[in-house]
Ligand binder design. Structure first.
Ligand code: PNW
Length: 474
């Protein structure tokens, strides 16, 4: 008898979460509804010259009104998990005081709908939309913001703790600190390296205070962690000067967070490298103890590695670190370090495609944080998608996802405890300083009509989720 050969499948562990992720300001719109007040991203996007084409999140993809349909879309995609973020200015508009019930109701409704579809909700408390009033009071460079964040986390924990088990305190604190206060390409658009370092510490402290506060209000089964966007730093050559450049960028991108989080101290070399900017006296006694507490998981966001070297003679042109155009560097004290392109296979973000960086990252964190489960809380790619005959065919994105999921599988096979993968992003959306010009979605959005069209990558990912693994690479 003739039987069709079963399609070979690279299997992932049972229970592996097949997720997708979004962020409030990037998808919700409805910025003036139900008591929401401006966040730093409203102010920034409405400031001429800050966001490409003057785009704002005023309407975004109207998720605030289309969430039921969007959850149905997730179910069609076979997702078993969804990471969304809570907009602080919907819950606590001025960053202080009691919660706004209508703001909390929106997320409660969303979570209930997810649960009804068998999709595990993963709540991110801070994906960059700081209430503008807290920025007016100094923002993340000011210590009080960390305390305000813990208070806000408590309000959300009390409201959703009965139905949300997995919590991400901060999303990518590196971006909040160094793009927000250093290079200024993100809100609030400040360009002060010392302020960026203070912000990094207060974000760490905010994570620690919020974790302690959440432990007080959430049931014992709750899982609390954070999502980092580590730079997978490689040196261009093995020259000592290039290796030192790698050390410096590793300190500013990675160890400024993992030092206090995983070891309970800021790295000595980072303090020395930044000595002409700050004496780090904003780190008070006891702070690193608050930050250094058990993590139930670590979320890792990965897009592309960073290839660095010491300054080369005769360099011209802009910094090519993939972090956006600015005259100000997001690398305080190490502005002269150069970033290189060694791979011309790039996405629409101009970010080189290199899946080996993802397996390296996962293995690195399993060594640094033994016993702590890991999740890929973001990975994905922007490509120039177009609608042809009502469909969006995106083989480049399928190739990107296939290769990166292969890298995750490889890391698991080599011992990393990776529990899930969240594709960035569910929907095309407001891509920060790039506005609507970069499409990261598995689902295409027509920004005129708000029509959603699943791309071929969405169909592909749905199959992977249903099979619990990857088809043989074709
Ligand atoms: C992450 N950089 O942002 C965010 O968490 C998402 O909200 C975002 O849409 C996604 O990655 C794609 O960009 C980043 O300049 C933004 O290095 C900028 C950088 C990194 C991550």
């Amino acid at each position: 008898a003739i039987t069709t050969a079963p399609t070979a499948v690279t299997r992932f562990p049972a229970g592996f979460l097949w997720g997708s992720a979004t962020a409030s300001y990037q998808i919700e719109g409805a910025v003036r509804e139900d008591g929401r007040t401006p966040s730093i991203w409203d102010t920034f996007s409405h400031t001429p010259g800050k966001v490409l084409n003057g785009d704002t999140g005023d309407v975004a993809v109207d998720h605030y009104h289309r969430w039921r349909d969007d959850v149905r879309l997730m179910a069609d995609l076979g997702l078993t998990a969804y990471r969304f973020s809570v907009a602080w200015p919907r819950v606590q508009p001025t960053g202080r005081g009691p919660a706004v019930q209508r703001g909390l109701d929106f997320y409660r409704g969303l979570v209930d709908e997810l649960l009804a579809h068998g999709i595990k909700p993963v709540a991110t408390l801070y994906h960059w939309d700081l209430p503008q009033e807290l920025e007016n009071a100094g923002g993340w460079p000011v210590r009080d913001t960390a305390h305000r964040f813990a208070e806000y986390a408590t309000l959300v924990g009390e409201a959703l703790g009965d139905r949300v088990e997995q919590w991400v305190t901060l999303n990518e604190p590196w971006c909040s600190a160094f793009l927000g206060y250093g290079s200024g390409v993100h809100a609030p658009g400040r360009t002060d390296g010392a302020a960026a370092l203070r912000a990094a510490h207060h974000l760490n402290l905010g994570h620690g205070l919020a974790t302690s506060a959440l432990r007080g209000v959430l049931p014992g089964r709750a899982q609390i962690g954070l999502s980092l966007n580590p730079s997978v730093v490689r040196s261009l050559t093995d020259d000592p000067a290039d290796l030192d450049a790698k050390r410096r960028i590793d300190a500013l991108a990675n160890r400024v967070f993992t030092g206090p989080l995983l070891k309970g101290a800021y790295p000595e070399d980072l303090i020395a490298d930044t000595a002409r900017l700050t004496d780090w006296s904003f780190v008070q006694d006891g702070d690193t103890g608050i930050i250094h507490q058990p993590l139930d998981f670590i979320g890792l966001n990965y897009y592309t590695p960073a290839i660095v070297s010491a300054p080369r003679a005769g360099r011209t042109g802009p910094r090519r670190d993939g972090h956006g155009a600015s005259d100000h560097s997001p690398w305080p004290g190490s502005e002269e370090i150069e970033f290189h392109r060694v791979n011309e296979d790039v996405t629409a973000m101009d970010w080189p495609v290199d899946p080996t960086g993802l397996s390296d990252l996962l293995l690195d964190y399993s060594a640094q944080a033994p016993g702590v489960p890991l999740y890929v809380t973001e990975n994905g790619a922007a490509y120039e998608d177009t609608v042809v005959d009502g469909a969006v065919h995106d083989p480049e994105r399928v190739r990107y996802l296939h290769a990166h999921l292969g890298a995750v599988h490889d890391a698991i096979a080599r011992g990393a405890d990776v529990r899930g993968y969240f594709l960035w992003s569910l929907l095309d959306n407001f891509e920060w300083a790039y506005g609507y010009s970069k499409r990261f979605g598995a689902v295409y959005v027509d920004y005129e009509t708000q029509q959603r069209i699943p791309k071929s990558s969405a169909t592909w990912y749905a199959q992977v989720a249903r099979n619990g693994g990857l088809p043989a690479q074709d």
